[in-house]
Write a protein that binds this ligand. Structure first.
Ligand SMILES: *[C@@H]1O[C@H](CO)[C@@H](O)[C@H](O)[C@H]1NC(C)=O
Ligand SMILES: *[C@@H]1O[C@H](CO)[C@@H](O)[C@H](O)[C@H]1NC(C)=O
Ligand SMILES: *[C@@H]1O[C@H](CO)[C@@H](O)[C@H](O)[C@H]1NC(C)=O
Ligand SMILES: *[C@@H]1O[C@H](CO)[C@@H](O)[C@H](O)[C@H]1NC(C)=O
Ligand SMILES: *[C@@H]1O[C@H](CO)[C@@H](O)[C@H](O)[C@H]1NC(C)=O
Ligand SMILES: *[C@@H]1O[C@H](CO)[C@@H](O)[C@H](O)[C@H]1NC(C)=O
Ligand SMILES: *[C@@H]1O[C@H](CO)[C@@H](O)[C@H](O)[C@H]1NC(C)=O
Length: 699
């Protein structure tokens, strides 16, 4: 027993002896290696005498720290006026925990610190380092703080090796010539402890990575990228730990985000970007807010009012606030802003929509005096959703949204065939209810547009037989981007008409393309008596114009009825009726060559319509009459008369007009299988209507 114990003791002693021997031996070896590195460092940094680095043991040097086993753990020689370079074997200091070389003039390449797994802090800012190797951070599994600001590094990208530093709390590399995109390994999974990310004044490009969302970053600086970050700042709303964020001097666009989740946000600098839309209440009401910089953007809506105590940098002139002082914007401004809200507040509008009066040359807005009558957003690269707020513009007569990527539907609901494909879903203000609403509106618009447009072309086909200069293409529900093609009649149709109509030459005839109906300018000229103002219909009853008339023919009125349902409705219906009469009879609205009592088409039409015989004779002789066409013409004539009822309240509503025309479309329709306009345009222009009809019916 005793023997065994003694045995055990000696065994233990041996183990301890071995351990001590080994560690001392290894330690001595490591110590001597550390000393070699420190001597190399002293030499290559031209360390002055005054620093007190003369002892043979570096652990006795000033600003150098060692562990108990006399390994070098700290080098803290910031602010020492050092020049020179770093030795390449710095990475042999494997026990190093802190490396502080800031505020010196050290130049040359940074050596790799690959493998310094104890290193916790690296401060190298304000030096002249010329490059940083891509494996610099490899194996730095203890790294918490990096500051390498203000070094003239040659272009570099944040290396993947940084991912080894999973304990990283603060990474600062301002003015460090970083290029490329912000890597998406900046995410909550890799860097769960990252509190501070400062990358200002670099050459970063692209947008904010979505991976920022959910990170616990408190301080984010990305301001002043020479190559400009761009895109939306939306991901900020998911960075709920933010206290301090600077994105200034970039090219960020779109609206400010929802700040309501950023309860600790103190300082936010967004100046010198291209941000649009109003300043959200969620920012104004943040309790922790201290400093806000918003100067030099294109912010819209009312001038924001921050709480007392908040330092605000927001020179008024450089934004697009409706008024120079706090106060509500004009209701028209509010409505237009809510319309473009669902389109993400496009820059083109924000840029042009200055002041508080949309009738002062605002892009896309056409007014009659102070009333907005036309919203002309054709081909503006718009995406997003069509807003129900259009309904709040009481005098709106036309909405032109052609050639954009707008949608009326939420992704979640199944799109109707022929409706535009869905893009982004409506924002929170729209909500589910309004998106359904919009869906209904869009369906109505497309539906009635299709019906009336188709009818318009049928009627125009009759017209064409008399006047050769009309080419005839039936409208079709078409492919996605065509279904909202609501184009404008000729540019020379003045009075509120729009200048950018699409014209083209067809032989020597100038054509206007309106949807898929192509009308020669000559037709328009004739119909409107050379666009003469005296020929404006319904002028006594309001502000109807030639434009309305022509537009009416092609159904362009439909969107307005479906959406705005306004005061002008009845007036426009009157005009619409007169055009139907013109189409049936081939006569002008006002024909001075006729006797006085037949001069006005509408009065004359009313008279001849009473008698079947006179009516038959009055029909445009170029129309081939048979049972079928006559019956249809009768229906249209009746509708025309109804539309032109003396008393506005007796006129039908557009719903009824569309119903009547739909029934005709049933009869005449080429069927909605016509998806391919090329097939349809096969129709020979000299074909008679019944021939054309047969051709359509075969589709
Ligand atoms: C020390 O550093 C030098 C240069 O980086 C390297 O060649 C050498 O292998 C290192 N020594 C040890 C023991 O790691
Ligand atoms: C660094 O060196 C430059 C000249 O190379 C000198 O102008 C500058 O003052 C120095 N800075 C410091 C902090 O020593
Ligand atoms: C916000 O700015 C104020 C004033 O400049 C400053 O005192 C404060 O430390 C800043 N807060 C943060 C979180 O950076
Ligand atoms: C800013 O972004 C817009 C697109 O949003 C782009 O057209 C413009 O060229 C950019 N400006 C600069 C200076 O990069
Ligand atoms: C923000 O505005 C304050 C007050 O005008 C100013 O002191 C500060 O420098 C600005 N910060 C930025 C990043 O623009
Ligand atoms: C503008 O619209 C209002 C009704 O919305 C109407 O009373 C007014 O007469 C219109 N003004 C013009 C110039 O059309
Ligand atoms: C609409 O979006 C599609 C794909 O998203 C794109 O190919 C097309 O060019 C866009 N059209 C317009 C007019 O912006």
């Amino acid at each position: 027993m005793k023997e065994t114990k003694a045995h055990m003791i000696s065994f233990e002693l041996l183990a301890i002896f071995l351990a001590v021997f080994c560690s001392v031996f290894l330690c001595v070896e490591a110590q001597s290696q550390d000393a070699d590195v420190m001597l190399a460092l002293k030499k290559s940094l031209n360390v002055p005498q005054s620093l007190g680095w003369s002892d043979t043991d570096p652990c006795n040097w000033n600003h150098v720290g060692c562990s108990r086993d006399r390994r070098i753990t700290r080098i803290q020689i910031g602010h020492q006026g050092l020049t020179g370079t770093l030795p390449p074997n710095l990475q042999n200091l494997t026990a190093l925990e802190v490396l502080e070389l800031q505020y010196n003039n050290i130049s040359g390449p940074l050596p790799s610190l690959n493998g310094l797994s104890s290193l916790q802090e690296v401060l190298l800012f304000d030096n002249q380092f010329e490059s940083i190797p891509s494996d610099f951070f490899t194996g730095m599994s203890s790294l918490e703080t990096v500051d390498i600001d203000n070094n003239p590094f040659s272009d570099w990208e944040i290396p993947e090796s940084l991912k080894d530093a999973t304990l990283l709390r603060s990474f600062s590399a301002n003015a460090a010539n970083i290029k490329g995109k912000i890597p998406d390994f900046f995410n909550a999974d890799v860097f769960s402890s990252l509190k501070s990310l400062h990358l200002a004044g670099n050459n970063l490009e692209g947008g904010l990575p979505a991976s920022f969302g959910g990170m616990q970053i408190q301080s984010l600086w990305l301001n002043g990228q020479k190559s400009m970050l761009f895109g939306s700042i939306d991901v900020i709303q998911k960075m709920t730990s933010l206290q301090d964020v600077s994105l200034s001097r970039n090219n960020f666009s779109g609206p400010l985000t929802d700040f309501s989740g950023l309860k600790d946000l103190q300082n936010v600098s967004l100046r010198d970007n291209m941000l649009t839309g109003p300043v959200p209440a969620s920012l104004l009401s943040l309790p922790s807010l201290k400093v806000v910089n918003l100067t030099n953007n294109m912010l819209q809506g009312p001038l924001p009012v921050f709480k007392a105590g908040v330092t605000v940098d927001m020179s008024k002139g450089s934004n697009r606030f409706c008024l120079p002082s706090p106060g509500n914007c004009d209701p028209r401004v509010n409505t237009l802003l809510s319309i473009v809200e669902l389109m993400g507040y496009p820059q083109s509008f924000a840029d042009s929509w200055n002041g508080n009066d949309p009738c002062q040359d605002w892009i896309g807005i056409i007014c009659n005096d102070e009333n907005i009558t036309v919203v002309y957003f054709q081909k503006m690269g718009l995406t997003g959703t069509i807003s129900p707020a259009f309904a709040s513009l009481p005098s709106l007569r036309r909405i032109i949204l052609a050639d954009n990527n707008l949608t009326g539907k939420d992704k979640s609901s199944s799109p109707p065939s022929g409706a535009p494909s869905s893009g982004s879903s409506p924002t929170d203000t729209g909500g589910k209810k309004s998106s359904t609403h919009v869906g209904v509106i869009v369906l109505a618009v497309i539906g009635s547009l299709f019906v009336v447009c188709l009818f318009g072309s049928i009627v125009f086909c009759w017209f064409r037989m008399k006047r050769k200069w009309l080419s005839c293409h039936p409208c079709h529900s078409g492919s996605d981007n065509e279904s909202m093609k609501v184009t404008v009649a000729g540019s020379s149709v003045s009075i509120g008409a729009v200048s950018e109509a699409q014209r083209r030459e067809a032989g020597d005839i100038q054509m206007v393309e309106a949807g898929n109906v192509i009308i020669s300018i000559q037709v328009l000229r004739t119909v409107t008596e050379n666009f003469s103002e005296k020929n404006i219909l319904g002028q006594g009853e309001g502000k109807s114009s030639i434009e309305t008339r022509i537009a009416g023919t092609f159904g362009y009125l439909a969107p307005k009825y479906a959406i705005a349902g306004s005061v002008t409705t009845k007036v426009d219906l009157y005009s619409f009726g007169v055009i139907l009469m013109e189409l049936i009879t081939g006569r002008k609205a006002l024909d001075e060559t006729q006797s006085e009592d037949s001069m006005h088409l509408e009065t004359w039409f009313r008279r001849i319509f009473i008698n079947e015989d006179t009516f038959r004779k009055a029909i445009d002789p170029t129309i081939e009459l048979n049972e079928e066409t006559l019956a249809s013409i009768h229906t249209v004539a009746e509708l025309a008369g109804h539309c032109c009822a003396r008393k506005p309240h007796q006129r039908p509503d557009m719903g009824r007009v569309v119903n009547v025309l739909s029934s005709l479309v049933e009869l005449w329709k080429p069927s909605d299988q016509i998806q391919n306009s090329e097939d349809v345009s096969d129709i020979d222009l000299d074909m008679s209507l019944p021939q054309a009809q047969r051709k359509w019916q075969t589709y």
